[in-house]
Structures are given as C-alpha cells and as structure tokens.
Write a protein that binds this ligand. Sequence first.
Ligand code: PGA
Length: 251
Amino acid sequence: MSERRPYVAANWKMQKTVSETEDFLDRFLGEIGDLADRDIVICPPFTSLATAAERSRRSPVKIAAQNMHDADEGAFTGEISAVMLTSIGVEAVILGHSERRTLFGETDEALARKLISAFGAGLEPILCIGESEDERENGKTEDVLRRQLEADLEPLTGEQLPSVVIAYEPIWAIGTGKTATPDEAEEAIAFVRSVVAARDAAAAEQVRILYGGSVKPGNAADLLGREGIDGALVGGASLDPADFLAICEAA
Ligand code: PGA
C-alpha cells in the first residue's frame, strides 16, 4: 500500500473578493481542527492571494495560485510570475486547468515551461489533465491523457517528477454536476499512474493523483475511498467552508 499523503485543493476560479476570502478563512480555519495529516490547499484569485497567505500562515492550509507565466519577469502585460507568487507566501500553483486550455489557449509547450519555472521557484505544481466528452465517447481518453502527460512532464528531472501533483479532471464533469463514477475515476487514474510508471516506476508510486469534476460532500467519500485516488480538486463545492471541510474530512 502506498503512503501518499491525501491532498485536497479548493479551486475558487474567478470567485470571492478579498473580504469574502477573509470570511471564508475565518470560518474554515476555525473549524479545521485536526486535519494536519493531509494537504489542504486553497486557490483563490490573484487579488486574494496575499491576504489568504497571511491569514493561513500558522495553519495547516497552503495557498496556491490558479495560473502563472513561465518567465521570471518581462513585457507580458497582465501576467504574474512564480517568484512574485512565492514572494507573498504562495506555495503551490494550478497549471493547465481545462478552462485555461480551452478558453485561453494554454498549450502543452507552455505548460512544460511553466512546470520547470514553478519548480525553479519552489512552487508545488498541480497539473490538470483530462478528456472532453467527445474524446471519451470516441474512445480517445487514454490517448489524450498520455499525450498531455508526456508533453507536460517531459522536461522534468527524475527528482522533480515525484513532487508533481496531477489532477485528473474529465472536462465533461467540471461544473456540470455530472461526476465520473468511482469506477471511471479509478480506471482513468490508474492509467495516469501507469503512464508515469512507464517513465519512472518509483516516481509513479509517490506522485499524488487527484480526481476533479463535480466533487461534493455527498460523493467525496465514494471517490476518495478508491484505490489510487489520492485526493480531490474541488471547484463549486469549495466555495462554502462547511462543504469544503466535509470533503477534506472524506480524504
Ligand atoms: P467543479 O470544478 O468541482 O465545480 O466541477 C472542478 C475544477 O474545475 O477544478
């Protein structure tokens, strides 16, 4: 059996002002109690990161950004770099969320560079991968996952590979209320682990692989109880402190 530490991340997307972030953290941190045996990560929008990092400093919660640029600085209007994030106490970053891939043209080439830049700055990357509904219906799920993994992880060193957190998020399950069944999630995640194992078997045993897509308090235990599913990336249900806490407790 693996000894991978459970990992639960809240992806707030473009939601919550600074004062709403403060309200959430006051309630969430007040109730979190004894969950120090798992990684709990909150990913607010850029404007709330500094406040969130400050408020959660003496708590088990880590703060992550939802995106970053791969360069350290330069003429990239509207972008934020890894070192800017670490300078305010951010510890992790979501990379390659499907909304960024489909709505903002994020490419695997850029993601490979971002992963290297995140590691260079000491940020833990949470790499998102996943197939569309069309791709699943046409039997392309494994091809898509393999292609994304191989391209995105390609430049990582053998030392970096085990520290990537991978989130398997089928696009058809994100924000739709249409969760993958525990069987579907377990099968896809086992495949993801096998792709990592083809490159480095020891790294595959250590890599945390999360499920994301309409995770709620009511389905979290069934999904997170499955072999190989090490945690969850939670969107909608992470906006409410009680719901997110219930999911963290199920991990
Ligand atoms: P959801 O989002 O939980 O609202 O489906 C998950 C995600 O996009 O990370």
